[in-house]
Design a protein around this ligand. Sequence first.
Ligand code: AHR
Length: 499
Amino acid sequence: MQAKMTVNKAFTISTIDPRVYGTFLEHMGRAVYSGIYEPGHKTADAKGFRQDVKELVKELNTPLIRYPGGNFLSGYNWEDGIGKNRPKRLDLAWKTVETNEVGLHEFINWSKEVNAEVNMAINLGTRGIDAARNIVEYCNHPGGTYWSDLRRQNGAEAPFNIKTWCLGNEMDGPWQIGGKTAEEYGRLAAEAAKVMKWVDPTIELVVCGSSNDQMPTFASWEATVLEHTYEHVDYLSLHSYYGNHKNDLQNYLAMSVGMDRFIKSVTAICDYIKAKKRSNKTLNLSFDEWNIWYHSNEKDSENEPWQQAPPILEDIYNFEDALLFGCLLITLLKNSDRVKIACLAQLVNVIAPIMTEKNGAAWRQATFYPFMQAAHHGHGTVLRHNLDVPAYDCVDFNAVPFVESVAIHNEVKNEIIVFAVNRSANESTDFTAELQGFNPTSILEFTEISGHDVKQVNTKDTCPVVPKKADAASINGNQLTASLKPLSWNMIRVGVADK
Ligand code: AHR
């Protein structure tokens, strides 16, 4: 099969916001307790946080971590996680017991150690404007007031200066503690947003869109919520999880087409409200929960309630998951003009790229690698491209290109980075990219994940699903040529000289 990409230096989509490589850590399952935090573990630091996990998070290179939920958020009192008195509470979202040993200060300090900013979420399920303005004052006000001085007493003299805040979580979901109609939520979010920005006008706010595009209220939810909040907020959220429930590989690998359609639809709704309000402001998107989630569904339905840190949502990812995951990443990048924040849900143990054994090792899932490669190398300007490639039809999608790809120009490093997934199960692809306006000089790196059984997983002991060096790539004039193996994730980095 042939795939011909054409890009031109002058035709660009947008600069990539590094926050598109955000992740998410919720107080649920073993994400926090026996995930990032396990006092007594042989690698634990003086505060009880696992150093081996910190090292893997740094290796992943995520610049932003959404916290502390998720569904958990909607019943959470942030004050339970500060000071000496840490009450144990029932978490009604996941039917577990939350000990609150880890709270605001512990998490913010930990995130600094892994070089990430915090994307803080506030509870708009059981709580409201008062708790919202107080937490902003606690985190971001320098001092001389009740909440900011309490922060200082609790050991943080300097404000945390948290920049990005989420106004609740999945408030359209009937499963949400304190779920709301679009009218109820829109009004509450607008008032919370207003006072949060009065406390700190430098913050940015994410308002909740639908929990996914299959919700019965999808689209009208977005429109109503934005009617109330458009001028107060900076991003609208999208959430979506994918799974190979039908065990249909070609259909599964096409699900990123659904993600693209979802992003385009939500963008259209934002622009509809912009037009309706005659606003000069363009609202951007925060895809603040995305991932594959289905392997653990059956096991989780058997869980006993009210355990502390039970192993829930522990999907073990395989090679086909890594391929779809790559397509999803590429889709987020291709929409970098509107998707400025995205959070892989989640980071450790709970539908995560990083897993831990209690008292044992931390290890990398198959999905760790496409994310890590993109988070390290996928920076710069996304180039508009034309891709001439055969396509296929499957159960849920038509005209799915056999190759999903994106090209990025990193102006600082003088590189072009191509990420590409070959969806074909049996044909390798002769991939060419005509790099108009560029002077390509050398192939800096060509790595691929390929050649595995689609159900191949990594485990704590073996790690077969990893990128390996590929060699069939070359430069001829301004043309890049590479061979993409059947069912493969590929990263090609090309050095370019000034023209
Ligand atoms: O990431 C797991 C859960 O998925 C989150 O708590 C919730 O927001 C979503 O439904």
